[in-house]
Design a binder for this molecule. Structure first.
Ligand code: DHB
Ligand code: FE
Length: 282
């Protein structure tokens, strides 16, 4: 049977990859615990030896423009090329191998459970997916050591799904994963945030206090986070910090009781609070 071997929440701000490169030559003491946590998360994840990463992210208008916005989409492709985000395709990013069998197992279970997913059989993926993959598996590589199943959430065009709905989608995907008959080791990675706002009068807004409380509540009190309205996310975390609802898909996939492995926070990375948390099912 499949086993969920890791749950991770992590920022996907593009500047995270070059930022971590600048820290590579430093000692853990020089980096500080908030930055070291990103290195430790990757090392710990690789030790869990996952075969597949179910990765929850949002497209930022690279592959899915406002012309076509699915609320929830699960990828079911053989492979996912990196998207062109305006500067051409980054040839240093290898294609991401897919796992269509696992994708269809999720889709076949989650749609009858009441989540009317869109399905992506040909799609490119943007920095929402590749920033966490680079941060956790290393930025410079010829091929990725895991397959991916992308789960795409609309956090761009109103109305976006509620945190509660994201949590419940995660619970439905979790049930599907637990019934997958193959001996597949699955890592679940929720991405986005932490607090940031890239536009309007509050551009540059960061709320460190909220981010730190989110990092502990995503482990111990996800129900509290699922109860927050989208307006509260925008108010507390900024208009783009509202991406944090995607961490609740990850948390819903995990068991209700989890053990925290590590967490860390560094501010700022670009114009965001950057955070990471890792957990295992109890
Ligand atoms: C930026 C982009 C993101 O998608 C995000 O979540 C945070 C920051 C950026 O371009 O700085
Ligand atoms: Fe983003």
């Amino acid at each position: 049977m499949a086993e969920i071997v890791a749950g991770i929440g992590i920022s996907h701000v593009p500047a995270l990859t070059p930022f971590l490169v600048t820290q590579e030559q430093l000692t853990p003491e020089e980096r500080g615990s908030g930055v070291q946590a990103f290195f430790d998360a990757g090392e710990w994840l690789r030790e869990q030896n996952p075969d597949v990463a179910v990765l929850i992210y949002n497209d930022h208008g690279a592959e899915m423009s406002l012309a076509l916005v699915p609320t929830f989409l699960v990828g079911a492709a053989e492979e996912y090329p990196p998207a062109d985000e305006g500067n051409g395709i980054d040839s240093s990013i290898p294609e991401f191998p897919g796992d269509p069998d696992l994708s269809w197992h999720i889709i076949d279970n989650v749609v009858p459970a009441g989540f009317d997913l869109a399905v992506g059989q040909k799609m490119a993926v943007d920095h929402g997916l590749w920033t966490p993959m680079r941060a956790l598996f290393g930025g410079h590589r010829e091929q990725w050591p895991v397959k991916v199943v992308p789960v795409v959430v609309n956090v761009v065009q109103q109305p976006t799904p509620t945190a509660r709905r994201c949590f419940e989608l995660g619970q439905a995907i979790g049930q599907a994963l637990r019934s997958y008959p193959e001996d597949t080791r699955i890592a679940v990675i929720g991405t986005g945030g932490m607090s940031h706002q890239l536009q309007g009068p509050r551009a540059g807004y960061i709320n460190e206090e909220f981010d730190r409380s989110f990092l502990s509540r995503i482990v111990e009190a996800p129900e509290e986070l699922a109860d927050l309205t989208n307006a509260e996310y925008v108010h507390l975390a900024g208009s783009e910090g509202a991406e944090l609802v995607m961490w609740l898909v990850m948390r819903g996939i995990m068991n209700s009781d989890v053990d925290e492995v590590l967490s860390g926070y560094h501010v700022p990375v670009s114009s965001t609070g950057a955070g990471v948390v890792a957990m295992t099912n109890r």
